[in-house]
Design a protein around this ligand. Structure first.
Ligand SMILES: Nc1nc2c(ncn2[C@@H]2O[C@H](COP(=O)(O)OP(=O)(O)OP(=O)(O)O)[C@@H](O)[C@H]2O)c(=O)[nH]1
Ligand SMILES: [Mg+2]
Length: 359
């Protein structure tokens, strides 16, 4: 997952580190720096205190008085960094993010956060310069990734049955995701019923029924060509009658600009009254997925996003950009074709993956 971006971020970190260490020059000899006490936790390594006014918002020019300087205290020594010392790696980082399909506004935000974090604050660091760079990059990435959505917690707090409608364009993994989420919820102690709401594509009802059968989940289905609203209404009625916790509704693939299919979706919404409308797209689609998610959200509204096929995505751009662009949390990443290949989205986990060990 995200192997290309991971490798490039590793190179960028090295670049930042060597640029900063160059400024330190002979003052800090590496063996001494390495001998510093091990950190207890990344965030706790830094005693951060503002020494100047807050950095200007992204896109605005910095005040000359702001001097674009940062003091980094390495042990008891102070290191004075000028903006030019980090401009080059910042530019390279910008290029790497764009090449890996991170949306432009999100790239700008990450760069602004990095610059803002390095400039204008006293940082007392108890470990290496690389830790400083990693921590800065980590918080910039976390800043754009949003908070995710804890589905089991959401269900526990909601009135039952919780109704979840899965939608999105063709072939992105909606049906597989419905099956995986059903399995995930069962493992978390919830009872589930699936509504076979794709009555349009040949073989779709059989596909979801086969998944449900394998997982031991009840599926409510009508004949091919039936009104999907009626199927999903029945699924909700079944859940109410049998005290089922969650209704998962599969639907046919559709594009936001196909009026008849969007009207059908609108009718489904009116009849089924979903608690969550989940937009499903594939991470491998990169920027296209981000644009489509945004368009879908504008057209019919979206509460959360699932990004499938993250296992096949070396870039990670969609995963980094989509929540920030659409303004809705990522619920899960799909990481393979098995029922267990689903990862509840936690920004920390994704950033760990990106900044973790060797690519
Ligand atoms: N590698 C990988 N493949 C996936 C993942 N999720 C789904 N797929 C595969 O993607 C293909 C399409 O999945 P479906 O679930 O049928 O997609 P869909 O969105 O329901 O398709 P339509 O109903 O035709 O719109 C299948 O071969 C799935 O096995 C994933 O996370 N990783
Ligand atoms: Mg399907």
């Amino acid at each position: 997952m995200f192997s290309s971006l991971k490798k490039k971020l590793q190179n960028i970190r090295t670049k930042f580190t060597s640029n900063i260490e160059e400024v330190v020059g002979a003052e800090v000899d590496p063996p001494e720096a390495e001998a510093l006490p091990a950190p207890s936790g990344v965030e706790d390594d830094f005693a951060v205190e503002r020494s100047s006014p807050a950095p200007p918002p992204p896109g605005e020019r910095e005040e000359p008085t702001f001097i674009n300087k940062v003091k980094v205290l390495i042990r008891d020594r102070e290191l004075l960094l000028e903006a030019k010392d980090i401009e080059e790696p910042l530019f390279e980082l910008e290029m790497v993010l764009l090449e890996n399909d991170v949306a432009l506004p999100v790239t700008d935000e990450i760069i602004a956060r990095m610059r803002g974090d390095l400039v204008g604050r006293h940082k007392k660091i108890g470990s290496s310069v690389d830790k400083l760079v990693e921590s800065t990059l980590r918080s910039a990435l976390c800043g754009v990734l949003g908070d995710g959505l804890d589905l089991p917690a959401y269900i526990r707090e909601s009135e039952r049955p919780v109704k979840i409608l899965f939608t999105g364009v063709n072939g992105t993994g909606k049906t597989t995701t419905v099956a995986k989420v059903g399995h995930y919820l069962q493992e978390n102690g919830f009872s589930v019923v699936i509504g076979a709401g794709d009555t349009f594509r040949a073989g779709a009802i059989e596909q979801i029924a086969t998944h449900a059968d394998r997982l031991g989940i009840k599926v409510i289905q009508h004949q091919a060509g039936a009104d999907p609203s009626a199927v999903l209404f029945d699924a909700v009625q079944y859940a109410k009658a049998h005290d089922i916790d969650v209704v998962l509704a599969d639907t046919a693939g559709r594009f936001h600009n196909r009026a008849n299919l969007m009207n059908q979706l609108e009718k489904i919404r009116r009849v089924m009254k979903p608690d969550l409308v989940v937009y499903v797209d594939e991470a491998v689609a990169g920027n296209d997925a981000v644009i489509r998610a945004d368009e879908f959200n504008r057209a019919v509204g979206t509460d959360a996003v699932v990004l499938t096929k993250a296992d096949m995505d070396p870039k990670g751009g969609a995963a980094i950009s989509i929540a920030h662009t659409v303004g809705k949390p990522i619920l899960f990443l799909g990481t393979g074709q098995g029922y267990d290949d689903i990862l509840p989205f936690e920004p920390r986990v994704v950033v760990d993956e990106l900044l973790g060990g060797e690519a």
